[in-house]
Design a protein around this ligand. Structure first.
Ligand code: FE2
Ligand code: FE2
Length: 247
């Protein structure tokens, strides 16, 4: 009987994990939907082999004390979008804190989890940035769904393409929006959305180093390295560093 594409993917993955000297078991959230999480995992040929408990050799090795830029270089997906957003923010003359917020606003999509990415992203950076920056990153999640003509922000055409013309934000998003509108940092967050553009010039390359000074001034890099400083989000950075750890 022919294999389904899921079975083929699982077989390829199994073959690949055989090449590693450690057994990799993926977290439920990485595969939920592709497979039904209630089903038991296929048995592993574990004889004599140990489970992954540290660095995954399929990924580039991170420095011992990783910085924010190390995550951009070694763990995040392409960063053109946030780099271009941050450059546009700078060009528009906003404060450095907002430039930083633009640079960081989608790091969860780039390196962690897409759904509710504004909330995850805010939590990742919360211990290291001004409260206003993490507040704005958290709420860009919802403000993106609501136009504000006074800032020249309209509902993104891309969302119509992506989610359909009849997509309506769920009630909890509507409520989060109502609350954000009343907040003293509404404008900070709105300025992320104003600079959150997807219409790029593909020929414009922005280097991370353009933001070395802004990050240096406004992101409190822990001396132990991100993930190893006992902060409330250190474990999230460790998970990005070592995404396949068994425990
Ligand atoms: Fe976003
Ligand atoms: Fe964005």
């Amino acid at each position: 009987m022919a294999m389904t594409s899921l079975e083929r993917a699982e077989a390829a993955e199994h073959a690949m994990s055989q090449e590693l000297d450690r057994i990799v078991v993926k977290s439920v959230i990485y595969t939920s939907g592709d497979r039904d999480p209630r089903q038991p995992l296929p048995p592993q040929q574990s004889q004599g082999r140990l489970y992954m408990m540290g660095h995954d050799p399929r990924l580039p090795l991170m420095p011992e004390k990783p910085t924010l830029f190390d995550f951009f270089k070694y763990r995040f997906g392409p960063s053109a979008h946030v780099l271009q957003s941050a450059r546009l923010a700078k060009k528009n003359g906003v404060s450095e804190k907002i430039v930083l917020a633009c640079l960081l606003h989608d790091i969860s999509v780039m390196g962690f989890i897409r759904g509710d990415h504004g909330y995850w992203g805010a939590q990742l950076v919360e211990p290291y940035v001004d409260e206003e920056v993490s507040w704005a990153i958290r709420h860009h999640q919802v403000l993106r769904f609501f136009a504000d003509e006074s800032y020249g922000y309209k509902y993104p055409d891309s969302y119509i393409r992506l989610f359909g013309a009849d997509y309506q934000p769920e009630p909890h998003i509507q409520e989060a929006y109502r609350r954000a509108r009343e907040h003293k940092w509404y404008e900070t967050c709105r300025l992320i959305t104003v600079n959150d553009l997807y219409a790029f010039d593909p020929n414009v390359r922005v280097e991370l180093e353009e933001f070395t000074d802004v990050v240096g001034r406004h992101f409190k890099q822990p001396k132990e390295g991100l993930g190893f400083d006992q902060s409330p989000s250190a474990h999230m950075w460790r998970t990005m560093n070592h995404p396949t750890k068994y425990l």
